[in-house]
Design a protein around this ligand. Structure first.
Ligand code: LLP
Length: 402
């Protein structure tokens, strides 16, 4: 569906994020359908885009939630995702987060170290509860993606090796307060090759079989997220082939498959719209300066990630430039050496594939208010987060001024 970016800019101002909710629906349904041969739970990775309306939209479709802080768990609960569809992952959960997760009665806690399992056991005992445990395996597989978003190698901080995991499952089995429930792996984001996924899921499926042999029966196999999206001209993993390959590794197992997509669901639904302030030339170098900045969309600065950008004018006179924001850092850019047409004050620039890890990684650096977020569904637009004002930014400090 085409979205009228200019109309939205007139109505809501710039910069803004806009998300196509119909696209989100299609992505969710495509994945859910691909797994139809088995019981499955699509637990949306809330970190990718944590806007309550986005999560609510997915909740209405039947999605669960993969959360990485108690704040994300609370977002999921707030919009009506049932506790039995919520998973809590992360290498460093605090006692308080573990306590709250147990009180909420979520589906399972993805435990990432032996030390964490001990803490969960102590806290569950204090509360007189039984904690449903899933253990995150680090399969030591190279996901062939950007090193910053690779998570499945032993050199990464995530999960535990297989021998440690086995000991942890036995501890669960022998404890009155722990119940071995699931197994988990997630090797990285923006995956465009199926082979590393296949290998890692094979490793955890084999472990499920070994555990069954010693009477530890798991109910959920959580294959993580990570399916790549189009930023440039990537060749993507076919969703049906993905599901088929994953399900083949589970042959003979009576187990529910869980997957935790973030980017796949929301990445290509979103566009960041910013407005040209000025152009200038420093020596030979042309700069197009816009009102959005790295604090709004940090992926180019942080990962040198490519996002396709387009100036929404009819000018045919293109030349190379850097597309930059007003923040006081040389790293504040959206694109370097891109061909863009000559611009004028107030021309709009669209930065595509910004629905995942865009707004959710934004900050208030340089005392810049976070931008507005807009949903478009069935041709109707609606504001789903107000633009932050200066007052919003200072409210937690104001009362302490001496
Ligand atoms: N499950 C776990 C345990 C995760 O750590 C992640 C992402 C996901 C699922 C969802 O991954 P996705 O399907 O969205 O790739 N900020 C980076 C991506 C960081 C991903 C962190 N973990 C980026 O902008 O590319």
């Amino acid at each position: 569906m085409s979205i009228n970016f200019k109309e939205l800019a007139n109505k809501y101002g710039t910069p803004y994020y806009v998300y196509d909710f119909d696209y989100i629906t299609n992505q969710y349904n495509e994945l859910k359908t691909a797994f139809k041969a088995r019981k499955s739970l699509i637990a949306y990775a809330v970190k990718a885009n944590s806007n309550l309306s986005v999560i609510k939209h997915l909740a209405n479709l039947g999605a669960g939630a993969d959360c990485v802080s108690i704040g994300e768990v609370k977002r999921a609960l707030k919009v009506g995702i049932e506790p039995y569809k919520i998973i809590f992952s992360g290498v460093g959960k605090t006692d308080d987060e573990i306590r709250q997760a147990l009180e909420f009665g979520i589906l399972m806690i993805n435990v990432e170290s032996a030390a964490e399992l001990d803490r969960v056991e102590v806290i569950a005992k204090e509360l007189g509860k039984v904690a449903r445990i899933s253990i995150r395996i680090n399969p030591n597989i190279d996901p062939k993606t950007h090193p910053y978003i690779s998570t499945g190698l032993h050199e990464n901080k995530f999960g535990v090796d297989i021998d440690t995991a086995k000991r942890m499952y036995i501890q669960c089995k022998n404890s009155d307060n722990l119940e071995p429930t699931g197994i988990h792996c997630h090797i990285g984001s923006q995956l465009t090759q199926l082979q590393p996924i296949k290998e890692s899921v094979q490793i955890i499926a084999d472990l499920v079989r070994n555990l069954a042999a010693i009477k530890i029966e798991l109910s959920f196999i959580d294959i993580g997220g990570g399916l790549g999206i189009i930023y440039d001209d990537e060749k993507l993993i076919d969703t049906n082939e993905y599901a088929q390959t994953v399900l083949e590794t589970m042959f003979g197992l009576d187990i529910t498959v869980v997957c935790e997509p973030g980017k796949f669901i929301v990445g290509n639904s979103g566009t960041f719209i910013t407005k040209v302030l000025y152009e200038k030339v420093n020596g030979e170098k042309r700069f197009v300066i816009v009102d959005g900045a790295m604090n709004d969309l940090i992926r180019p600065s942080l990962y040198n990630a490519y996002h396709k950008s387009e100036v929404l004018n009819d000018n045919k006179e293109f030349s190379a430039c850097n597309l930059v924001g007003p923040v006081c850092e040389s790293g504040d850019f959206f694109a370097k050496n891109v061909q863009l047409p000559k611009t004028q004050h107030n021309d709009l620039v669209a930065i595509y594939s910004a629905g995942a890890y865009g707004f959710s990684m934004s900050s208030n650096y340089n005392t810049r208010g976070r931008v507005a977020e807009i949903a478009v569904e069935n041709g109707e637009d609606r504001l789903i987060r107000k633009r932050e004002t200066f007052e919003d930014l200072i409210t937690l400090e104001e009362e302490f001024i001496k």
